[in-house]
Design a binder for this molecule. Sequence first.
Ligand code: NAD
Ligand code: WQD
Length: 336
Amino acid sequence: MRVLVAGGAGYIGSHTAVQLAEAGHTPIIADNFANSSPEVITRIESLVGKVEFHEVDLTDRRATAELFASCRPDAVIHFAALKAVGESVERPLDYYETNFGTLFSVLGAMKEAGTKILVFSSSATVYGGDHPPFTEEDEELVALSPYGYTKLASERILTDVAAATDLHIGLLRYFNPVGGHPSGTMGEDPRGIPNNLMPYLSQVAVGRREKLTVFGDDYPTPDGTCLRDYLHVMDLADAHVAALERLAKGDISVRTWNFGTGKGTSVLELREAFEKACGRPIPYEIGPRRAGDRADSWADPSRAEEELGWKASRTIDDMCADSWRWQSMNPRGYGQ
Ligand code: NAD
Ligand code: WQD
């Protein structure tokens, strides 16, 4: 299939573009580099050969419609969004404009071009229940930030659109994607101080940050630190291929799938695994809790296994090893 990867220069999109090509599909990447670098395209090409790339602001409806008219994709995987929870609280309008703007442009352009398949990046951030594991049928959903609201509302918008059209839509709820391509060619490259745990650990290991601050050790968990369902980005990239191929059968209007391993790992456990992977000490201190963090979160990933034949296969040690390979080979990320 010719697959438009909207936001394909980003962290998850770049790995997905590579796995699409490996699976025999043709990725067509569109991005405006709002949170990524042109170097990513060079890296993708070093792995899978020449790819079609278009520099487009996907909030621009006309430019997006022209893009679809020229490339005529069979399907779209829509990653293009802003994703920092804290920043979304400070700049809500930017988040609403970008995350809804790109979605509306893509839906409008799909209609004009006759593209029927859409895979959408949602997030485990929508789960509001007290106790994991979370299943797709949980009805207690929350929006604790403007970012979270864009995901919750986009899921609703897409459900309404699916009911009124003949589109085939997948809503993919990711848990905590980490790691990089096993070659060390691609990985996560946040701008500024990392918000997320794995890139922070990597930057401490490579000497860019002095030490990790653990946000609270008084949670009701075995070691007092928060539990999360970390998922290898290569497993998540494969999940997109599986969802796309399932939707292409044409019998699904809209369906939600969780992507996680089904296991919780604590902050201290991840720090220890990373130390083992990089062979260097990762100094840390215990700090106060971070506002908005929940104690624990992990997926019930059984629906994806039953319906897509997808199951995460990479371990926490693989995730740490591949994050470290990426960071040590590219100490300054895509800036090298
Ligand atoms: P990312 O920031 O690395 O990738 C997003 C890409 O979209 C970037 O390359 C950015 O330049 C591009 N983009 C943003 N605005 C654009 C616009 N107006 N026009 C064109 N391109 C634009 O983020 P990611 O981690 O790869 O996340 C991808 C998707 O998955 C996002 O929708 C995010 O909300 C969602 N998600 C991410 C996580 C995570 O932990 N990384 C978890 C759950 C869901
Ligand atoms: C993991 C754990 C922190 C940094 C976020 C978004 C979520 C989703 C994925 C997009 C927590 C602790 C972290 C540090 C720490 N993104 N931590 N010191 O918060 O589970 O999820 O990314 O949809 O919406 O909220 O991931 O990596 O930020 O944190 O102790 O310097 O690590 O408190 O317990 P989170 P994270």
